[in-house]
Design a protein around this ligand. Structure first.
Ligand SMILES: Cc1cc2nc3c(=O)[nH]c(=O)nc-3n(C[C@H](O)[C@H](O)[C@H](O)COP(=O)(O)O)c2cc1C
Length: 195
């Protein structure tokens, strides 16, 4: 990795959608010039086991640096460590709440708080359905603080695509937020281009 690599923090939490986190890390590996700093919550690890039958070993080799969830002494806990921003994928309602209220009791929440205070980009792939008023208000508060709330909604206009294609589309559209392009992402070019 070159010294000019751009740093992106990836937090993975215990909402449904482990496959999106895994695919996003794979796409980041293919992208040139990005240095990935990864934190998994304990619930994220449990979820990956349930949803993908995979452990943390499937995620960690895809990052340049991996941090413990409780390591609030880590570099990414400080604004002096320069990054392009952070994505939390998937983002649980628990972590959304912590971010929305500035509660930094673990490294994912602290790193997100730092990203917001430094006015860097924070993308929250918040997953829950249906949403209660508290969750909607937390999304509003996070948005007001500068975050992008990006629910992992399928692109239904793509028709009958595979699960993997759907996951790639969502992960790729999330990376679009950081200007990271991927050739596997479908780009709508008008109804005529489908013919
Ligand atoms: C199989 C499974 C699926 C879950 N799906 C969601 C979900 O979609 N959204 C959510 O907010 N929480 C979900 N949860 C609950 C979170 O994992 C739980 O609130 C946890 O405390 C989140 O902790 P974290 O934010 O530190 O990862 C799920 C839990 C399990 C076991």
């Amino acid at each position: 990795m070159s010294t000019s690599a751009r740093r992106l923090i990836v937090g993975v939490t215990g909402a449904s959608g482990s496959a999106i986190a895994l695919r996003l890390l794979q796409l980041l590996q293919q992208a040139d010039g990005w240095e990935v700093h990864l934190v998994l919550s304990p619930a994220a690890i449990l979820n990956a086991q349930i949803e993908l039958n995979l452990g943390r070993e499937a995620f960690e080799p895809l990052a340049h640096r991996v941090y413990a969830h409780k390591d609030i002494s880590a570099s990414i806990a400080s604004g002096s460590f320069r990054t392009e921003g952070m994505v939390i994928v998937p983002c649980s309602m628990n972590t959304l709440s912590a971010v929305a209220h500035g509660a930094s009791s673990n490294l994912i929440a602290r790193a997100a708080d730092v990203v917001l205070k430094e006015r860097r980009k924070l993308v929250l792939v918040a997953r829950e359905a249906p949403l209660n008023l508290i969750q909607l208000r937390n999304m509003t508060a996070a948005t007001e603080a500068g975050a992008v709330v990006f629910p992992p909604v399928p692109s239904f206009y793509l028709g009958e695509i595979s699960f993997q294609q759907m996951v790639t589309q969502i992960a790729g559209r999330v990376l679009d937020q950081f200007g990271i392009d991927n050739p596997d992402v479908f780009r709508w070019n008008g109804i005529k281009s489908r013919a």
